[in-house]
Design a protein around this ligand. Sequence first.
Ligand code: AMP
Ligand code: GLY
Length: 424
Amino acid sequence: MPKNGDIVLVVGGGGREHAVIHALSKSPEIAELHCAPGNGGISELAICHPAVKATDIDAQVSLAVRLQCDLVVVTPDDPLALGLVDRLEAAGVKAFGPSAAAAKLESSKVFAKEIMNRLSIPTAAAKICSSPQEAVTFLADCIYPIVIKADGLAQGKGVLICQDSTEAAQAVTDLMENQIFGQAGNNILIEEFLTGPEVTILCFSDGKNLLPLPSSRDHKRIGDGDTGPNTGGMGAIAPIAEVDAELQECILNTIFKPVIAEMDRLGTPFKGVLYGGLMLTDNGPYVIEFNARFGDPEAQAVLPLVKNDLYTLFKATMAGELDKHRLKYSGDFSCVVMMASQGYPGQYQTGYTISGLDNVRDAFVYHSGTEKTNGQFATAGGRVLGVSAQADNLYSAIAKAYAELAKISFKNNVYRHDIGGGLR
Ligand code: AMP
Ligand code: GLY
């Protein structure tokens, strides 16, 4: 039977994957979209494989081979660090995303810091410690607050800001001795505390060429006014006014270009989306962290502003042909507000019916943690939905997102009232 288009599998099952699939669903080149594991919302646009977990590398490879995929898009951090892209390529399947060696920019903060120091890329001064004794000795002479980070992946929770030596000592014990994040805390970084507004810069990198997407800003804390514990992200806006053409150029020249050139020199070219979490300090942009993928929720704000065929950009990235493409930016502003389950990022209940989704007109609702049974959506995660709206100015985009969010309800839902600034 002749194929009438490509078969694409997206690995993951959160709001970011829904945003990627929503964009891919517009590509005329794709005949069949799959997602593993996917979620309730994603199942409206793609065939979901709920039994295939994102971190089950063997099962993901088998699925991709069985489906005869033309491309597998790997967006979550864990499967990238576990080498899913390498494994797919070894099995003869094309994959979008960095190799495990290139994804080390995210999966090892020590590796990323060493690269930045070698290239004189502006980043917080840091001491790398591989034993609690070394850390305790160093902490004796520190100026507080100080930031202590686990080297490895810790579901976005491995960064502890310590106000005094007691908190710092506790952080070292928790990370290195109690191993609250397992092996991720075998090595730690003790970092200078920086201040300034944060921005996210997402850039496609084909190993040699870069294609930057509109800038964005995540809101990581659970509570209004940036209070309470860090989450995966409670909302985002895009683009950010401070990141004008001149600052973007500076960020590309001082941060992104040297990093991808170095990764290429090391024989581990970075192909995929490189995420720079930056702080705009009084001394210019500093790197807080690199991620090896789209941010979540940033992707839910940024991708609706991109008018290019995302599938074309994915293929150009893997073919080393990004220099043949330019970003087609819609010119709009974007705001996504996350609705979460009360208790998140700690313990929470799931299984609550979601109502009102059909009444949403002026926004797209990306699903982070939902299930669909008998045509009815229910909550199935900490972050549940992302209400994403666009308009020709930021104020209207924010107003629209909140107006549409008000139409949706589920038991014990929580959201921030100040995404993009101001209280709603
Ligand atoms: P990360 O998981 O590395 O993105 O860190 C989580 C958050 O911790 C960041 O978004 C910052 O708000 C904060 N953070 C991380 N490193 C620093 C630093 N060196 N100085 C101040 N805040 C930091
Ligand atoms: N929004 C932060 C992240 O994706 O890690």
